[in-house]
Ligand binder design. Structure first.
Ligand code: SAH
Length: 281
């Protein structure tokens, strides 16, 4: 049973409003998140509170970030709202650092987030990885496949490499369009992402990783001796112990990070021997 009747609200397509209406799935998500009153949970896009009102049974305090004023006004009316701190904001510009009050209480971010912002949000959260314990998100199935794909897989690409550089990613379960109102056109997946304590590449080199992967994946089936010719010569690839005959889709995340590290050192005009000492932030 849902807390607020759908009949009193017209969903906004532009804000990716597909509300969960399947009690079984809602409970499965709660079970997957495993909320506990020691945790500081942060929900993105509570909408009509399908997840919110149940999560409130497990915690003393919940932070929610909702862009739609009408929905945040809805939330304020319910009994559980005394436990909820509402930020009426666009999550893509939200500074998560300000929610971090105690050393021993990392944030647990979760939500059934709009498909059109999921990738941007996952990237935005990388900036706050030191304050986050885990991220539990509903994403489009195709995005989950790309996030988790390994080299050689047809879904492996820039998103897989950048996300896996900063997060350990775990698959939860798939969700059919029938679990939502209105029904989306595609299947969804629920996933967990845990920021890596020691990412494969310091954050300040992420833009280089983006640059190199965009270069490589423009021609994913070509050997990198050709596709990366403009930025790495063959000798450099040998020096880095990377086989120039490989294709963009076959290189591991570690190999892309090695290339980015090297390129960074080149940009800074340093001796490549010392590239690993540049920055450990
Ligand atoms: N969690 C609810 C609603 C999901 S719909 C449920 O599962 O039923 C997605 C929600 O994200 C909506 O409430 C929408 O208003 C909100 N939203 C969309 N874009 C947002 C943004 N940029 N920042 C914060 N919330 C956003």
């Amino acid at each position: 049973m849902l807390y607020i009747p759908f009949s009193s609200y017209i969903p906004k397509k532009s804000l990716g409003q597909n509300f969960l209406q399947d009690t079984k799935i809602i409970n499965k998500i709660i079970h997957f998140i495993k909320p506990n009153h020691d945790h500081l949970l942060v929900e993105i896009g509570p909408g009509l509170a399908a997840l919110t009102h149940l999560i409130c049974n497990y915690v003393d305090y919940l932070v929610v970030i909702e862009i739609d004023k009408k929905l945040s006004d809805f939330l304020k009316k319910y009994s559980f709202s005394c436990k909820v701190l509402i930020y009426e904001r666009n999550v893509l510009f939200f500074d998560f650092k300000k929610l971090f009050f105690q050393e021993n209480q990392l944030l647990r971010v979760f939500g059934n987030i709009p498909y059109n912002i999921s990738v941007q949000l996952i990237f935005h959260l990388i900036k706050f990885r030191h304050f986050i314990f885990d991220i539990n998100f509903m994403v489009q199935k195709e995005v989950a496949d790309r996030l988790m794909a390994l080299p050689g897989n047809k879904c492996y690409g820039r998103l897989s490499i950048i996300a896996q550089c900063y997060y350990n990613i775990y698959f939860g379960f798939d969700i059919s369009p029938n679990s939502f109102f209105p029904k989306p056109k595609v299947y969804s997946s629920f996933i967990k992402m845990i920021p890596k304590l020691n990412p494969l590449l310091p954050f300040n080199k992420m833009n280089i990783l983006q640059y190199i992967t965009s270069f490589a994946f423009k021609k994913r089936r070509k050997m990198i001796r050709n596709s990366l010719k403009g930025i790495f010569d063959e000798n450099t690839l040998f020096l880095l112990n990377i086989n120039p005959d490989l294709r963009a889709e076959d290189l591991s995340v570690q190999e892309y990070c090695k290339l980015s590290d090297f390129y960074f050192s080149k940009l800074h005009n340093l001796n490549p021997k010392f590239y690993k000492f540049i920055d450990n932030s």
